[in-house]
Design a protein. Structure first.
Length: 81
């Protein structure tokens, strides 16, 4: 792909995200974003927090592990190690 096509895809993607967020916000504000209108059960919030922290740790640590283990990470993920 040439650079112009890539840039157009990125701009289109972010434009679509902004369009969706505009139509789905329905008067939401900062407080409703962070506390969810006090409608979320505790277990849903707990699993969301655990998932977010594991995702961050995985994003940071897995590339280093792959380099150190000489790409055996894929075998471990597939269950063959």
């Amino acid at each position: 792909m040439n650079p112009t096509t890539v840039i157009l895809f990125i701009v289109g993607y972010f434009g679509l995200l902004m369009l969706i967020s505009h139509f789905t916000s329905k008067g939401a504000n900062n407080a409703s974003f962070f506390i969810g209108g006090n409608k979320s059960p505790w277990y849903l919030v707990a699993f969301g927090m655990i998932g977010a922290s594991l995702s961050g740790v995985t994003f940071i640590s897995v590339p280093g592990w792959v380099a150190v283990s000489k790409f055996s990470y894929m075998q471990m993920v597939m269950g063959k190690n």
